[in-house]
Design a protein around this ligand. Structure first.
Ligand code: SF4
Length: 355
């Protein structure tokens, strides 16, 4: 079976798209075959993205207080998750936050706001932030994620300098009404199409671990291929207390790697981004996942903390990757070796061991 993954990579590299059956085989690979799956998907990753990792940075412009009821979301109507809740950041605050991510190596800033969708005033506010951001950092890509768009809003964002628009389909159409009832799957697709229609790069992805079947995960990925999403954030459910999904733990680190590998086989030349839940679900396999995916978020997420940005960058260079857009090869310099810590606990001491 292992040779099958390599043959599949050969076929995809030669231009034959992966089928739903291929995707299921990757998802259902035995854990003993994990490294074969990673090696085969890694060939596709390197063919299209070399050893670069795209680093993205989230700025939550407006947090919580959302009238929509997405069951997985800590910001949703009815969520009791004890998250930060605030209305719009000022332009200066937004620029300061974005600057921190850019200083940390991010080449894309994602400006996000909670809510069903933006008003005309909201669009004006975000347009102002984008214009100022582009003046200060002309090389940085800006992605907006503001919810469902109305006619004309995508063009307004495009005119302000927005490069990409994120709106995740989140799950398969056949599972959508189980996770949200205040808007439809078609509403979500419509917004992705509006972004595309305005010439904005579509960013749309999914969340794994929402009670979907294997077939529904495959269905969602093929829908994203059909939608021609340029970047595909793959989130792993973070089951916040106070949401309907609290205590829902369906994922293992190896399954998460296989989900990312499946995304790579189905959409070989698209940006596959390891998104929310990376640290919590991939755990010690985070760096293995980088050999399949080519993009991460730096530092914190919208309402939860990620690992320190310095640890993200260290992981990138420890694995022989470079930050996309970085002039220098981080693998070759700036190593700060840590001196061995002399043991002062356990055997031979009166202090408890660390086991
Ligand atoms: S619309 Fe966005 S912010 Fe609101 S509940 Fe859904 S995912 Fe959360």
């Amino acid at each position: 079976m292992s040779a099958h993954f390599d043959q599949l990579a050969d076929a995809v590299l030669a231009g034959t798209p992966a089928t739903p059956e291929d995707a299921l085989a990757v998802l259902r690979a035995d854990d003993a075959e994990l490294m074969q799956v990673v090696a085969a998907a890694g060939r596709l990753r390197r063919a299209h993205f070399g050893n670069a990792v795209k680093v993205n940075y989230l700025v939550n412009l407006k947090s919580g207080l959302c009238p929509e009821n997405c069951n997985y979301c800590s910001q949703a109507l009815g969520s009791d998750a004890p998250i930060l809740k605030y209305s719009w950041l000022s332009e200066a605050e937004a620029l300061e936050q974005a600057g921190a991510g850019i200083g940390g190596g991010a080449s894309r800033v994602c400006l996000v706001s909670s809510g069903r969708g933006p008003s005309t005033r909201d669009i004006d506010k975000v347009a102002g932030v984008v214009t100022a951001l582009k003046e200060e950092h002309p090389d940085v890509e800006v992605c907006a994620c503001l919810g469902l768009l109305k006619d004309g809003q995508a063009q307004r964002l495009k005119d302000a300098g927005v490069d990409a628009y994120n709106h995740n389909i989140n799950t398969a159409e056949s599972h959508h009404e189980n996770i949200v009832q205040t808007h439809t799957y078609a509403d979500r697709v419509d917004t992705v199409e509006k972004a595309k229609g305005a010439g904005i790069s579509p960013c749309s992805g999914l969340i794994a671990g929402l009670g979907e079947t294997d077939e529904q995960l495959v269905e969602a990925l093929f829908a994203l291929r059909e939608l021609e999403s340029d970047s595909i954030p793959v989130n792993f459910l973070m089951p916040f207390d106070g949401t309907p999904f609290e205590n829902t733990w369906e994922l293992s680190p190896t399954r998460c790697v296989k989900i990312l590998a499946m995304a790579r086989f189905v959409c070989p030349d698209k940006e596959i981004r390891i998104a929310g839940g990376r640290e919590m679900h991939l755990r010690s396999l985070q760096s293995i996942a980088l050999h399949v995916a080519n993009s991460i978020f730096l530092g914190d997420y919208l309402t939860s903390e990620g690992q320190a940005a310095a640890a993200d960058l260290e992981m990138i260079r420890d694995n022989g990757f470079v930050v996309q857009g970085s002039e220098e090869d981080l693998a070759q310099h700036d190593r700060q070796p840590t001196d061995p810590a002399i043991r002062r606990r356990g055997a031979g001491t009166d202090v408890l061991p660390n086991a």
